[in-house]
Design a binder for this molecule. Structure first.
Ligand code: ATP
Ligand code: MG
Length: 411
């Protein structure tokens, strides 16, 4: 087994409603990330993005992490994990401070961010991110990098993301039970944005939509910064459920039919071909046309896009997203989704695949892994905060310490 340079490994753990995916990325000399290991396992302990069953979530994480360790030839000790769910709230805030020595220093920036975070948030919510949008120095707006600039008054505009304390604690608990440390909890759509959006798109204004199994996560960027985030509790699971009800078939067959024959736009179906679906109980299997299936799927995607359009309008940013809408997440893989979304949003739409990393094209080309790949990119950007050692080459000592912490977590 090849020994990897310990310092250069990053680990992302995407705990989704449909799957848990652990991704190991190696940081190259040119700062590029190469994916060297991935493990995925179906997730059964989450509902709508939130942990509802600790035991099954722990098992899924363990399986996914073990698989990723085996593939990458390393021991994983700490991860960057994602958090999602309708408990996530966001707001814009600003702060102001005096510049102490005539030139902005890191201490001034820390102080102004601190003053911007002084907003009343409910006691059961925890701040997940404070994302700077822009700085204003002596009324000069639009400053991105204030350190070193001269002035007397420093203002900051920030986007604050909060999440339910209990939801964050439960995710952390599940990860710790597997003997792993949590370096950071990252908002799911923020993480996906790292993987699928380009800088020019964020500058121009873009709406990112991650349609997973349990939740659809939205993030709006303008002028290069995040302005609005929201979570809608409708996604692929509802589509599968609609198919199960309409075709009167068990959920697992409905899911299989969706993946194999699903189309989000009924008018794209130009043939009369049929497929067979098992029925419930002792009844014989029945045949349906692709047209019929698309007529079941389309209204649910349409409803979702209308909710997203309303959310975009409510945020007041609809006219500022000249870059259009970028769809990602597993449910963005369905045929016809771009045409349907364009007809609802009335703006350009594309499907965003994870970019900016190398290795394992089957991972890179799957929008279901946008969050996982984005976590690696987030980890790279914030690695100095946590020290370099996120994973270690496999060794006896590492395995023992993991077993010990696993036992400690269980008893
Ligand atoms: N080819 C496809 N066509 C339609 N739907 C698909 C396809 N492939 C995957 N999906 C759907 O994508 C969903 C899973 O997406 P993803 O892996 O992004 O979810 P997740 O990250 O686990 O969930 P969440 O982000 O909501 O917590 C499932 O509902 C699945 O049915
Ligand atoms: Mg997801």
């Amino acid at each position: 087994m090849s020994r990897r340079n310990d310092k250069n490994l990053l680990v992302g753990l995407d705990i989704g409603t449909s799957k848990v995916a652990a991704l190991v990325g190696e940081l190259k000399d040119d700062d590029q990330i190469e994916i060297i290991g991935i493990g995925t396992h179906p997730s059964r302990g989450l509902k709508r993005g939130v942990v509802v069953d600790i035991e099954s979530t722990v098992q899924s994480i363990q399986r996914a992490v073990e698989e990723a360790e085996l593939m990458a030839g390393c021991d994983i000790h700490a991860v960057h994990a994602c958090i999602a769910g309708s408990h996530v709230r966001s707001l814009n805030s600003d702060g102001v401070t005096g510049v102490k020595e005539g030139e902005v220093t890191q201490a001034d920036v820390d102080r102004v961010i601190d003053s911007a975070r002084a907003v009343a948030i409910p006691a059961d919510q925890k701040i997940l991110h404070i994302l700077p949008q822009e700085f204003i120095i002596d009324h000069q707006e639009g400053v991105r990098e204030p350190i070193g600039m001269c002035g007397v008054r420093l203002e900051a505009k920030v986007h604050i993301v909060t999440g339910a304390m209990s939801a964050a604690q439960n995710v952390t608990k599940c990860i710790r039970r597997c003997g792993l440390e949590v370096d950071d909890l990252v908002l799911s759509q923020l993480s996906s944005s790292y993987a699928v959006l380009g800088e020019d798109e964020k500058e121009l204004g873009v709406c990112l939509v991650d349609i997973g199994g349990g939740t659809t996560d939205l993030a709006v960027f303008t002028d290069g910064s995040i302005r609005h985030t929201a979570v809608i509790p409708i996604a692929g699971d509802q589509v599968t459920n609609d198919i199960a009800v309409a075709l009167r078939t068990p959920t697992q067959y409905a899911e299989a039919v969706k993946l194999e024959h699903g189309c989000a736009l009924a008018r794209l179906i130009g043939h009369e071909q049929t497929f067979e679906v098992p029925s419930i109980g002792e009844r014989p299997p029945r045949e349906f046309t692709h047209q019929h299936l698309a007529e079941v799927i389309e209204p649910r995607y349409e409803e979702l896009f209308k909710l997203l359009r309303n959310e975009l309008r409510r945020s007041g940013l609809e006219d500022f997203v000249a870059g259009g809408v970028v769809l990602t997440g597993g449910s963005a893989r369905i045929e016809g989704i771009v045409d349907l979304a364009e007809s609802v949003f009335q703006m350009p739409v594309r499907v965003g695949l994870p970019q900016h990393v190398v290795g394992m094209p089957d991972v890179v080309n799957n929008p279901a892994h946008s969050t996982g790949v984005g976590l690696l990119m987030y980890a790279r950007q914030h690695r100095d905060m946590h020290g370099p050692e996120l994973a270690r080459s496999r060794g006896v000592k590492g395995t023992w310490s993991r077993m010990r912490s696993w036992f400690q977590g269980n008893f």
